[in-house]
Design a protein around this ligand. Structure first.
Ligand SMILES: O=c1[nH]c(=O)c2[nH]c(=O)[nH]c2[nH]1
Length: 307
C-alpha cells in the first residue's frame, strides 16, 4: 500500500544540563532541561535506511553539554538560539531546529548569623533551594485523650555545589564508583517531625512559626554542613531541628541522592573543570533515618516519609 511520509522530527529530548559558574566562593547555577527536535531533508532516513543525512541524537546531546562549557549559559533563550543556529547552519540536511528548554530556578539558602562569623561570606554562597516546589504536610491523630501531630514537607529540592566529598567506602569486586573530593550534593527533601504536644492542657505550639523556623534550621544545617556523605548531612539537619525546636522530639528524613555526574568533554577537546554536569534522574541513592531527642521513642512510621 503506498504511503506518504508526513511531518517528522527527531533529536534528543530532556537533556538535563547543570552548569556551575564559580566566581570565587560565589557559585551561580543554571539548571536546564533541553529538548532538541530537528527536521529537514530526512526522507531517505525514513524511506531507504540511509543515514547519510542523520545527525545522531547522541550528537545533539553531546552538543548541548559541550556548548554549556564552550559558550556558557547566559540565559535559556540565548543558549537555545545558539544551539538552533548551530544545527541548522552546520548541517546541510537540517533545515529546522526546535529547542525547548525548561529552566529550574534556584535561590540561595540564607545561612545562620552564627555560622557566618566562623566562615567567610564567600563560603556560604554555594547552597541553593529550588524555587516553587515544596508541599507542606501534616497528620493529626486524636483518640479522645491524646494528640499526635506529625508535620513536615516534601519535594523541597536543595543543592550544595561544593563542600561535599564521598570516599573511604567499602570496595568490592563490583565497585566502580570513583572517590569524590568535591562533588555536588543535591536532594529532594521529604521530612516529618513529631511534636511532643499530646494534651489539650499543655500549651499548644505556634504551628506557623514552628514550620517556618524548622524549615529554616533544616536548610541552614544542609548549607553549613561540610559533608562526607548524605547520611551525615541528614543527621545534621535533623539534629539542628531538635536542638533548636523544643516542641519537636523526633525527625525522620527520606533523602534521595540526586546524582550529578561530570560530563566527559575530552572527546570534544574541552576540559571539564567541575563545571558541566549531567543531572541523573534514576536510579538514585535513597538515604533514610530517624533522629530522636534523647529519651524520646520513635513513632513516625518508617514509610511515612515516602508518601
Ligand atoms: O552520600 C552518599 N552516601 C552513600 O551511601 C553513597 N553511595 C554512593 O554510591 N554514593 C553515595 N553518596
Amino acid at each position: 500500500m503506498p504511503t506518504i511520509l508526513g511531518q517528522n522530527q527527531y533529536g534528543k529530548a530532556e537533556n538535563r544540563v547543570v552548569k556551575i559558574t564559580r566566581d570565587g566562593g560565589t557559585h551561580h547555577i543554571k539548571d536546564l532541561n533541553v529538548s532538541v527536535a530537528l527536521s529537514g531533508d530526512l526522507d531517505d532516513v525514513h524511506l531507504t535506511g540511509s543515514n547519510a543525512h542523520c545527525l545522531p541524537t547522541d550528537t545533539t546531546k553531546n552538543t548541548v553539554y559541550a556548548f554549556a562549557k564552550e559558550y556558557g549559559i547566559e540565559s535559556a533563550e540565548q543558549f537555545g538560539i545558539h544551539l538552533a543556529r548551530h544545527f541548522v547552519t552546520s548541517q546541510e540536511p537540517i533545515h529546522r531546529a526546535r529547542i525547548r528548554i525548561e529552566e529550574y530556578s534556584w535561590e540561595r539558602i540564607a545561612t545562620s548569623d552564627a555560622n557566618s562569623k566562623f566562615i567567610g561570606a564567600d563560603d556560604v554562597n554555594h547552597s541553593f533551594a529550588r524555587k516553587g516546589q515544596e508541599t507542606r504536610v501534616t497528620q493529626i491523630t486524636y483518640d479522645g485523650e491524646r494528640w499526635e501531630v506529625i508535620s513536615g514537607l516534601k519535594d523541597l529540592v536543595v543543592m550544595n555545589s561544593t563542600n561535599s566529598e564521598f570516599w573511604g567506602y567499602i570496595k568490592d569486586k563490583y565497585t566502580t564508583l570513583q572517590e569524590a573530593y568535591d562533588r555536588i550534593l543535591a536532594t529532594q527533601v521529604s521530612g516529618r517531625w513529631r511534636f511532643n504536644w499530646t494534651d489539650d492542657e499543655q500549651r499548644m505550639p505556634n504551628w506557623e512559626k514552628s514550620y517556618e523556623q524548622t524549615r529554616k534550621h533544616m536548610l541552614q544545617a544542609f548549607a553549613e554542613t561540610y559533608s562526607y556523605s548524605l547520611q551525615q548531612t541528614l543527621y545534621q539537619m535533623a539534629t539542628r531541628i531538635i536542638s533548636h525546636r523544643s516542641e519537636i522530639d523526633e525527625v525522620r528524613f527520606s533523602l534521595p541522592n540526586k546524582h550529578h555526574f561530570l560530563v566527559d568533554l575530552e572527546p570534544f577537546g574541552l576540559k571539564n573543570d567541575n563545571e558541566v554536569y549531567y543531572a541523573a534522574d534514576r536510579p538514585y541513592g535513597l538515604i533514610e533515618a530517624t533522629v530522636l531527642r534523647d529519651g524520646a521513642t520513635a513513632q513516625i512510621p518508617v514509610d511515612m516519609t515516602n508518601l
